[in-house]
Write a protein that binds this ligand. Structure first.
Ligand SMILES: Cc1ncc(COP(=O)(O)O)c(C=O)c1O
Length: 460
């Protein structure tokens, strides 16, 4: 009997071992270094020929890989904007692997209906109009790509060209943005629109928020009938929100597609006192968000929503005689980059079933409170400068007694208690601490404050 078949018979025991190792990893999240800054090289070596079986692979994983992983799902990994994995989302993610559904077409499983349900719940949770639908993506980068592809199709149509069918030849498409996330620039490169061809709209002074008067000037000056505006609802450093209501109004007048990158900022709509920052988002043509950030779903969980499903499908539809048409739920293969993909909706479905809107709002609220506490301490310390008032979940600061901020941050991260990443604020090198994990507590903030108190001193 082949090894795979033999192992199939022992699957429950093997999964029990994997469960035990999972428990071991999760139990040590709290105590392992927040980031593994000294992972050893892993030479490719020779391809295993006969293999060592699942239990053997698990043993190698425990010895060669697990000790060198970061605690990115833990409470003090504050780099980038990194979500954790909530208990229910983790359950859903496991079951997505166990059930191994392919979300390409409808008609052989309830799985596409689950994605449809989850997208509808997300729409409701964020208070978006019922005209929004879309698909789950691998992350915000691919959701931004989908927004740009739809915008490109829309802009091409304005010039009488079906870009999906005919290509870009003959089109003239201009993209306007003030402070696009790097992933939107990557999207422009992938979409053939050119990352260096963005018309740079000014920001308001001392902010990453788009200057709407300048956008109006830029749109008016453009003689292209194909226009896309990329707005931000939560920039990654200043957490600034563009005035979406005003921008949507301008887009209407100038016939521009409005894409909003709200990767984590969309979650501000769960907070009574900050919801107004997103006013006007319902008039966007497409929206990006991320569940693997503030919804704390494991990685591979982005959200794309649009009011123009017809355009999305025009760009992404796949036709082949062996692929079915019709069916009770959407064929998600026609709404995303991949034809075949995993049951991405299931961890989201678990998270939303388990904690609901209130659970999601509570997590966002707590993280904002933690960020505010850190910002308050930084602001009061003579050894640090708070560079931006903290309005949401990101604290942007720099040490005042250390010239080489990069080296200082590296040393701080090597200490293992916390992991933060560099940023740039108005041309100045900065440190960013982003809060977006369900397991972060007030005591984590106090422990990091203790370390910062030491690390801020000139003799550290
Ligand atoms: C505003 C914004 N957009 C897009 C992204 C890219 O997200 P992902 O890494 O999920 O592709 C990020 C990531 O931090 C972000 O903050």
């Amino acid at each position: 009997m082949s090894r795979i078949r033999e192992e199939g018979a022992q699957l429950p025991q093997l999964l029990a071992q994997a469960l035990e190792t999972s428990g071991e990893f999760l139990r040590t999240l709290e105590s392992r270094p927040a980031a593994c800054t000294d992972a050893p090289p892993l030479p490719a070596g020779e391809l295993p020929q006969s293999g060592c079986g699942g239990a053997g692979a698990l043993d190698l994983f425990r010895r060669q890989i697990m000790p060198h992983l970061s605690a990115s799902a833990g409470p003090r990994y504050w780099g980038f904007v990194t979500g954790g994995a909530s208990p229910a989302a983790l359950m859903g993610d496991w079951l997505a692997a166990v059930t191994d559904q392919n979300l390409s077409v409808s008609g052989d499983s309830i799985a596409p209906a689950v994605e449809q349900q989850v997208l509808e719940w997300l729409r409701q949770m964020f208070g978006l109009p019922s005209s929004f639908a879309g698909s789950l993506t691998s992350g915000a980068t691919s959701a931004n790509l989908l927004g740009l592809l739809c915008g490109r199709q829309f802009a091409g149509r304005a010039q009488g060209i079906d870009v999906a069918a005919e290509g870009l030849v003959g089109t003239r498409i201009e993209v306007f943005s003030a402070c696009p996330h790097a992933s939107s620039l990557k999207g422009l490169a992938m979409a053939g629109l050119g990352r260096d061809r963005v018309v740079n709209v000014a920001c308001e002074p001392g902010s990453e928020r788009m200057d709407v008067a300048d956008l109006e000037r830029c749109l008016t000056a453009s003689d292209s009938s194909g226009k896309i505006v990329v707005a931000s609802a939560g920039t990654v450093t200043g957490t600034d929100f563009d005035d979406l209501e005003a921008i949507a109004g301008l887009c209407r007048v100038h016939g521009a597609w409005l894409h909003v990158d709200a990767a984590f900022g969309l979650f501000a709509s769960l907070l009574d006192d900050r919801r107004h920052w997103l006013r006007g988002i319902g008039a966007a043509d497409s929206i990006t968000s991320d569940a693997h950030k503030w919804l704390n779903v494991p990685y591979d969980s982005g959200i794309f929503l649009t009011r123009h499903l017809d355009l999305l499908e025009e760009v992404l539809a796949v036709a082949s005689p062996y692929l079915p048409t019709g069916g009770p739920a959407p064929h998600f293969m026609n709404r995303g980059v991949e034809n075949s993909r995993r049951f991405r909706a299931l961890p989201l479905w678990f998270a939303l079933q388990a904690y609901g809107r209130e659970g999601a709002a509570r997590l966002v609220e707590e993280n904002c409170r933690q960020a505010a506490r850190l910002a308050e301490w930084i602001d009061a310390s003579p050894n640090y400068r708070l560079l931006v008032p903290c309005g949401l979940n990101v604290v942007v600061f720099c040490p005042t007694r250390h010239g080489d901020i990069g080296a200082w941050l590296e040393r701080l991260n090597r200490a293992g208690l916390v992991f933060m990443t560099p940023g740039n604020w108005q041309g100045e090198t900065a440190v960013r601490a982003a809060f977006s994990n369900w397991s972060t507590s007030e005591s984590d903030v106090e422990r990091v404050v203790g370390l910062l108190a030491e690390a801020g001193r000139p003799d550290w």
